[in-house]
Ligand binder design. Structure first.
Ligand SMILES: Nc1ncnc2c1ncn2[C@@H]1O[C@H](COP(=O)(O)OP(=O)(O)OP(=O)(O)O)[C@@H](O)[C@H]1O
Length: 297
């Protein structure tokens, strides 16, 4: 099946500073991706380039097999929801929905109306009078109802309360099950979305750091706690990405090859083990101290 997005050696320079540096990855059809990384890592810049809102300095981008620039065939299939979306001053929610309907061939009007009700949005209120959370809800509704084969959400829920965020996740999963498409979620709330993600791409300081199935990442690291000498025995030859000593005890998070054998080894040594969440893992990997930097991913 043809890839939805292919980027190859994608680079964006701002003067002498590189925001994105030689990044290559592929997005497949009908998958939910997490595009993750710390502030300023380059995620938004990458999404702007994929959706033809920014030219790369060098490198190649193919979206549905074609260059996206001034390509309405491609761009009508892509919906990019960003946190800082601007709307004309006179627009009401209903006007925004009308424009979205005209832009996206798969637009589901009935679904958009149902979501407006569920998110309790005042359809006739002007956009400039909406609260921060309401503006985010409008973006989320457009992203969902567009049913675009490539939908990108860039930190879409500024100001949204936990109830509304949970509504968003539930709708995303339900609607994705009925209408599979490629979804990219860029967020710092990794724990909240980790169960939604099928594949994870981590960008760190403009470079691709990790490009892996979420399932395989979930088994990538383990935290063990026990007497320091026993933990050292267990961790020998393994990559330690974090260690914390307290009293005679040591807590160590180790990477790589976690399987039944490793778990049995920890158990036989009497060590307490806990799984490392996707968020913890990514915090470790992008955290920046010398031990973490040594980790190869
Ligand atoms: N127009 C611009 N001019 C100069 N530098 C820019 C411009 N836009 C972005 N940058 C820089 O490019 C880098 C990447 O920014 P980008 O917005 O892509 O990061 P991000 O990963 O989306 O961050 P966040 O999670 O904070 O949204 C940052 O160092 C940022 O300061």
């Amino acid at each position: 099946m043809q890839s939805v997005v292919e980027v190859h050696n994608l680079t964006k320079m701002y003067g002498k500073e590189s925001a994105v540096s030689e990044v290559s990855f592929t997005l497949e059809p009908n998958k939910i991706y997490g595009l993750l990384g710390r502030n300023g890592a380059g995620k938004t810049t990458i999404m702007h380039m994929i959706t033809a809102q920014l030219f790369p300095t060098s490198g190649e981008i193919r979206v549905f097999g074609e260059a996206p620039y001034e390509n309405t065939r491609v761009l009508s299939q892509a919906c990019f929801i960003k946190e800082s979306q601007k709307y004309p001053d006179t627009f009401r929610i209903a006007d925004v929905m009308e424009v979205a309907e005209a832009c996206f061939p798969n637009w589901d009007k009935a679904y958009a109306h149902a979501l407006i009700k569920e998110f309790r949005l005042p359809a006739k209120r002007r956009m400039k009078k909406l609260s921060r959370g309401m503006l985010s809800s409008v973006g989320i509704i457009i992203g969902l109802a567009s049913r675009a084969p490539l939908t990108l959400f860039d930190e879409p829920y500024l100001g949204l309360d936990a109830v509304a965020r949970s509504m968003f996740y539930n709708h995303l999963l339900e609607d994705y099950a009925e209408h599979p498409r490629t979804i990219v979620l860029s967020t710092h709330l990794i724990d909240e979305v980790s169960q939604l993600l099928e594949h994870v791409i981590v960008i760190n300081e403009g470079k691709l750091m990790l490009n892996e199935e979420a399932e395989s990442l979930r088994g990538r690291a383990l935290t063990v706690v026990g007497p320091a000498s026993v933990v050292e025995t267990f961790a020998a030859g393994k990559q330690i990405i974090e260690r914390e000593a307290f009293g005679g005890l040591l807590k160590a998070t180790v990477m790589g090859g976690l399987n039944e054998t490793v778990l049995r080894q920890a158990k036989a040594l009497g060590l307490e083990t806990t799984a490392v969440s996707l968020q913890q893992l990514i915090v470790h990997l992008t955290g920046g101290n010398s031990e973490r930097k040594a980790v190869s991913v």
